[in-house]
Design a protein around this ligand. Structure first.
Ligand code: FES
Length: 353
């Protein structure tokens, strides 16, 4: 009777979410992601509008209503395998879900918001700065993740990857690589001369870009300041004595855009397995003395002969155009989409506009 008078009562459903071992409730108009975050789960997400795929989740059991067409961002085989976007899904029954990017054994880290002070600043190239920050509170992160940084005079935060391997138990000292963008607010601040000693606010860690447990060979592809998280991942892998084979393709425009070569050389000298590093220049003058590889870094994915692409795990970090060009090449060569991990540096992420 009441139902007829007042319409249907709003339904809730139960979500069983692994690997968190959580049972949570979702309302009829709430997305899975909203319910998970409300319940305090460290669910991976970034854009919340169905474009980044960070919240990709496997629907093990149950029915959902999709708010957008997943086919725009997920592969057909992923959709067939039951993958959905949590930020674009409403529950239409009780659900069993699995967030595979949060692996069993990788403890979700607490997101911290803290003040910090700029402790060092130096040029790495003509348009990439290295910023050292001393935090008021300890922050723990996984190599490959990022934090949001708010600097004086700029209202919104910008996202930057941690550029060094984390310390066990967390650290108060962070390092980021920041690329200058013409006309950018953070760029203007970086070039103002008032950077050292400035107070900043940082929240993190965020993101699901980290090295997955496996014995598979690793293909790293970075463009520009995409070097930062790849460098952190490789340095952490040395600490963990990981002996996997690595081929690292690093794309830059000219020799003047190359950086961190000594650090990667140090990684190579300590690596216990096979390690091949190739800087590749797309815009170096033909007349220069450069004897290394030339062209777009993505052209060298198929040309490299160091590892079998069908058996490797790929880690990509850099501008969207680089990643969008690399993905079909990798898939064509047989790299399984679940073994391709990437972090796109968009205007609001890692660089700034
Ligand atoms: S958070 Fe980006 S697609 Fe869901």
């Amino acid at each position: 009777m009441l139902k007829r008078l007042f319409g249907k009562s709003p339904k809730t459903h139960t979500l069983q979410v692994e690997p968190f071992g959580a049972n949570i409730t979702v309302g009829a108009k709430e997305t899975i992601l909203m319910a998970a975050l409300k319940a305090g789960l460290p669910y991976p997400f970034e854009c919340q509008v169905g474009s980044c795929t960070s919240c990709k989740t496997r629907l093990v059991e149950g029915k959902i209503k999709a708010l957008t067409d997943f086919a725009y961002v997920l592969e057909m085989d992923e959709i067939k395998d039951g993958y959905i976007l949590a930020c674009q899904s409403l529950a239409r029954s009780d659900l069993k879900l699995r967030v595979e990017s949060v692996e069993d054994g990788v403890a979700p880290l607490t997101v911290v918001t803290t003040n910090g002070t700029i402790s060092s600043v130096r040029n790495l190239t003509h348009d990439i700065y290295e910023l050292g920050i001393t935090l008021d509170e300890t922050m723990d992160y996984l190599a490959g993740q990022y934090a949001n940084l708010r600097v004086p005079g700029v209202v919104d935060g910008r996202s930057y990857s941690f550029a060094e391997a984390p310390s066990v138990g967390g650290t108060r000292g962070l390092v980021f690589h920041i690329r200058l963008i013409p006309g950018g607010e953070v760029s203007a601040w970086l070039e103002s001369g008032n950077v050292l000693g400035a107070s900043v606010v940082i929240d993190g860690p965020h993101g699901v870009f980290w090295l997955r447990h496996s014995d598979a060979p690793i293909l790293c592809i970075a463009g520009g300041s995409g070097m930062a998280p790849i460098k952190a991942i490789l340095e952490k892998a040395i600490q963990d004595k990981i002996p996997r084979q690595v081929v690292y393709l690093f794309g830059a425009r000219t020799q003047g855009d190359l950086y961190a070569l000594e650090e990667i050389s140090a990684v190579e000298s300590k690596w216990t397995g096979k390690f091949a590093f190739s800087p590749i220049l797309s815009d170096e003058a033909e007349t220069s003395e450069w004897r290394g590889d030339r062209g777009m870094v993505t052209e060298w994915i198929a040309k490299q002969s160091g590892l079998e692409l069908g058996k490797c795990h790929a880690y990509l970090c850099g501008p969207p155009a680089m990643i969008d060009a690399a993905l079909p090449i990798l898939k064509e060569a047989g790299t399984h989409s679940k073994n391709i991990h990437f972090d796109k540096f968009t205007d609001r992420s890692h660089t700034e506009n």
